[in-house]
Design a protein around this ligand. Structure first.
Ligand SMILES: Cc1cc2nc3c(=O)[nH]c(=O)nc-3n(C[C@H](O)[C@H](O)[C@H](O)COP(=O)(O)OP(=O)(O)OC[C@H]3O[C@@H](n4cnc5c(N)ncnc54)[C@H](O)[C@@H]3O)c2cc1C
Length: 396
């Protein structure tokens, strides 16, 4: 397990104290019960973290961050999840922010960075297309130069939170002639530009998280290009590597195991045989979680020391999402017949359920189960992660 220094322990205790003192009860209630969080919930919590100096802590101090190490970043993510704080929405602070301070022009840094840290500008990510997901390099959404603008035509698929976003960071094709990866460019797009249509996609949980976005002659100033024309692939790879400390998200899994343990102790709809059966399944989940946390902590310690294998983040992603899905199956099985009472309206409104019935609580578990299906797809599907692991390990 990770051996924390005295300074890291102090940091962890300070984060824990701040979160416990400042997390609003209504937001915590939604997280603890797996209800749907809206943009306003995320903005409110991220602003509270910002006030305490705990938002964007991994950014360099010259850009408004706190120079956190990977271990500090991890400790923050753990404490936030264990306390019932919402997952930090990554598109601005963990994705495009580091891209802008690493590759952006001074004007881009001045225009965007502070607004990301202050949660004034909400971002979404336009990478995937209907025929370019796993094979992202085959993307076709085109940007043609016209004076000091690019003109975008095409579509992006699965643009999560596009309906909330003021800005999108996207990959476009600026050249069709050479190697596919070389003709891709990274742009920053104002979502209020004429010609953008956002078409909602309702996922299997009955809720609106994601969209298909269409572009019809959308004009983006050339000054919104990050890096040179054709640098998009390199920048995209940098961006995806930045999410590694949060990838296993073991804090939320520990929280779920604790909830299931409580539920098992209290559930009077289960007889002795069922309790025994569920206790055994829960113990197996708990063993796997312990192993995952050990792996996560070993890798983060190695990363902090500057060593990273090509397949390590992929191993974490596969193991973590498989565990997440198995947790959600056990959670909803624990509710027995009540799981059939999935109530999308209650999950969506996220109302305070002061006198929650078992059916209300089962709806949260149903949400975790249904929306959790996509965890093995987004961020690179688990099959594709296995290919990365095989290529890296068999090449040795
Ligand atoms: C809920 C949700 C939110 C998302 N949010 C965003 C977002 O905000 N922005 C964004 O850009 N994208 C987003 N995505 C897109 C996500 O990154 C892609 O769905 C993912 O990369 C898979 O691509 P695909 O859906 O096109 O499936 P495909 O690539 O068509 O794959 C279909 C199936 O074939 C398998 N497969 C494909 N290639 C191989 C191979 N070489 N070997 C073995 N198996 C293979 C896959 O594993 C999968 O099971 C989101 C997706 C979901 C589901």
């Amino acid at each position: 397990m990770m051996q924390l220094t005295a300074a890291e322990k102090t940091f962890r205790d300070e984060v824990r104290g701040y979160i416990h003192a400042n997390l609003p009860a209504d937001i915590k209630h939604k997280v603890m019960n797996d209800l749907h969080l809206k943009k306003g919930d995320h903005v409110r919590w991220q602003n509270i973290l910002r006030e305490g100096g705990y938002f964007g802590g991994g950014w360099p101090s010259e850009h408004g961050g706190a120079d956190w190490s990977p271990v500090q970043q991890y400790l923050f993510e753990q404490e936030n999840a264990l306390a019932g704080g919402p997952f930090i929405i990554p598109y601005g602070v963990n994705m495009v922010g580091p891209v802008i301070y690493t590759f952006g022009t001074q004007a881009q840094k001045d225009t965007y960075l502070k607004d990301i840290l202050d949660n004034r500008t909400w971002w979404c990510q336009g990478y995937s297309e209907p025929n370019a997901g796993s094979d992202l390099a085959s993307l076709k959404c085109s940007a043609v130069r016209d004076g000091d603008h690019y003109v975008i035509n095409g579509t992006k698929m699965w643009t999560t939170q596009a309906h909330y976003a003021e800005m999108m960071h996207l990959l476009v094709r600026t050249d069709d002639s050479g190697r596919r990866q070389q003709g891709i460019t990274f742009l920053l797009l104002d979502m209020n530009t004429p010609g953008i249509t956002i078409s909602p996609i309702t996922t299997i949980d009955g809720l609106h998280h994601t969209n298909q976005t269409f572009f019809d002659e959308v004009r983006v100033p050339v000054k919104n290009r990050v890096g040179e024309e054709g640098d998009g692939w390199k920048i995209a790879k940098f961006l995806l590597a930045n999410e590694r400390t949060a990838i296993a998200d073991t804090g939320s899994k520990s929280r779920a195991v604790a909830s299931m343990t409580r539920l098992l102790q209290q559930a009077d709809h289960l007889d002795a045989g069922a309790r025994f059966h569920f206790s055994e399944r829960l113990a197996r989940i708990d063993f796997r979680l312990t192993a995952l946390i050990a792996l996560e902590q070993r890798l983060i310690t190695q990363w902090q020391a500057g060593s990273q294998g090509a397949h390590e983040a992929s191993v974490l992603k596969v193991k973590a999402t498989e565990l997440q899905q198995d947790i959600s199956i056990l959670f909803s099985d624990l509710y027995g017949p009540y799981k059939a009472a999935y109530n999308v309206d209650r999950v969506n409104k996220g109302e305070f359920m002061e006198a929650a019935t078992v059916a209300d609580a089962a709806s949260g578990a149903g949400h975790l189960y249904l929306y959790g299906r996509c965890a093995s797809i987004y961020g690179g599907s688990n099959q594709v992660q296995r290919n990365i692991i095989a290529k890296s390990m068999l090449a040795q």
